[in-house]
Design a protein around this ligand. Structure first.
Ligand code: UDP
Length: 481
């Protein structure tokens, strides 16, 4: 890649991609990785976001600057809520729907930003949960690709369920190349009909996917080949499979984090012995659920590294209980309070299994690092990501067996200890799971390497921007409409 300065004095590449991530770690992180990937090919990338989120992305901006990538973070002013839409702020992750809706107020500032550019951007790639970008892209005459955060498997299930009018009742997902059967509760949780307040928003998201010029997905062909092909056929649009995005960007970063307490602790552990437990950025555990996880891990007798959110230990009794657990398990248990360097942890030789909520990023990071999973979904697509991991890929053990129970019932310590022993055990089934994981790891790295499928797809995507040309001045395009 030819280094390109982002300073005004240097000419920026004409091909220009505007990325619009959704706030929230699980959505912004893969978009930031995608920004690095695209900019790494010498193409100008503007990642637009709120001032609060931009502050969180300072590390990315610094890395881009030192690598001389043509990547800029653009802060959009976040207008006050004076338009009748629900109020929210960009750092309020407690009420997810309110946050998503509050972002509709960015439509005006995004349009103003695009119109202020001397040249029309080649493309807008926006998170599918930002359906307000549909009107902006149309208004400024710029092609729009939708970044669908979940697996292709989930997106295909969702597409087929809607197409066959089965959103509100069903138990077998139609039109799938494999059998996908869910209990009534899990169906409602997976396709979000258990949350009527989300109905209109989710419909707008689906419409935004249907009307986009194509989809970008953070997965790789060697993992989801048949679902990618079916999804592309179903949408009737290109599905650009470009992942795993984090390899080549955060993977490299992970290799350099060797001084942290967590990595120093892992360094003392034997190969593939540690159970890593983390439930992403949004899922919240109640104290009684924390106790069950803690007891289950202790009962399993395996070394564990468990990430507990600050917000989960606001009750003094929960904090005290965890401190007592830490004392009892000192030497073979480590509790991280807050945020852990997940990619670095998953790539450490000591980690042999991951208990995850099946957020797509977490699942992909695990499989791409060759680590089998214990699955415990909480919300939406996570239920189908679990099925993909357990039934299709054969790399996971469900923490609670699929037995028609309520989707989000209490998990008890026996479930945890059993899942750990099943996943980390020595039997032929556990060995086969590990073998498959290693194979997916090889395929993931192969996909991102020069000559690999995702690497090649990104080349084709960028070439398609160059072919479509972006030499027209945006203001004249807009005023002609
Ligand atoms: N993550 C992390 N450290 C943590 C918790 C999460 O680095 O302590 C990262 C994780 O690597 C993943 C993202 O946050 O990239 C979580 O995304 P995911 O889709 O798994 O779940 P969500 O947070 O959206 O529920």
């Amino acid at each position: 890649m030819a280094p390109v300065e982002t300073e005004k004095s240097i000419t920026l590449p004409r091909t220009h991609v505007v990325l619009v991530p959704l706030m929230g770690q699980g959505h912004t992180t893969p978009m930031a990785d995608l920004a690095c990937l695209i900019a790494g090919r010498g193409v100008r990338v503007s990642l637009v976001t709120t001032p609060v989120n931009a502050a969180r992305l300072r590390g990315l901006a610094d890395r881009a600057r030192s690598a001389m990538l043509p990547l800029e973070i653009v802060e959009l002013p976040f207008p006050p809520a004076d338009d009748g839409l629900p109020r929210g702020s960009s750092d309020n992750s407690d009420n997810v729907l309110q946050l998503f809706l509050s972002l509709y107020r960015l439509a005006g500032p995004l349009e103003a930003y695009v119109r202020s550019l001397p040249w029309r951007p080649s493309c807008i790639i926006s998170d599918s949960c930002n359906p307000w970008t549909v009107g902006v892209a149309r208004s400024v005459g710029v092609p729009r690709l939708t970044f669908t955060g979940p697996s292709c498997f989930y997106s295909l299930c969702d597409f087929n369920v809607v197409k066959h009018g089965l959103l509100h009742s069903g138990n077998v997902v139609p039109g799938m190349p494999v059998r996908v059967e869910l209990s009534k509760d899990t169906w409602a949780a997976a396709f979000l009909t258990c949350m009527p307040a989300w109905g209109k928003f989710v419909e707008e998201v689906r419409e935004g996917i249907r009307t986009a010029d194509g989809a970008v997905v953070n997965t790789f062909r060697g993992l989801e080949e048949q679902f990618v092909a079916c999804y592309e056929a179903a949408l009737g649009k290109p599905v650009w499979v470009l992942g795993p995005f984090f390899l080549n960007s955060r993977d490299e970063e992970a290799r350099t984090i060797d001084q942290s307490t967590v990595i120093a602790w892992l360094d003392m552990m034997d190969q593939s012995t540690v159970v890593y437990v983390c439930f992403g950025s949004l899922a919240q555990m109640l104290p009684k659920q924390l106790y069950e996880i803690g007891h289950g891990l202790e009962d399993s007798g395996k070394p564990f590294l468990w990430v507990v959110k600050e917000s989960e230990t606001v009750l003094p009794e929960a904090k005290e209980w965890l401190e007592a657990l830490e004392m009892r398990t000192a030497g073979h248990g480590l509790i991280v309070h807050g945020w852990a360097p997940q990619v670095a942890i998953l790539s450490h030789r000591a980690v042999g299994g991951f208990m995850t909520h099946c957020g797509w990023n977490s699942l992909l990071e695990s499989v791409a690092q060759g680590v089998p999973v214990m699955t415990w979904p909480h919300f939406g697509d996570q239920f189908l990501n679990e099925r993909l991991a357990v039934d299709v890929l054969g790399v996971g053990v469900p923490v609670r067996p699929f037995d028609g129970e309520k989707a989000v019932d209490l998990v008890v310590r026996g479930h945890i200890a059993r899942a750990v022993s099943e996943l980390m055990g020595d039997g032929a089934v556990a060995e086969e799971r590990r073998r498959k994981c290693k194979e997916y790891r090889e395929r993931a790295h192969g996909a991102m390497a020069k000559g690999g499928s995702s690497h090649g797809n990104l080349t084709l995507l960028l070439r398609s921007f160059m072919r479509s040309g972006s030499k027209e001045q945006v203001n004249s395009v807009c005023s002609a409409r």
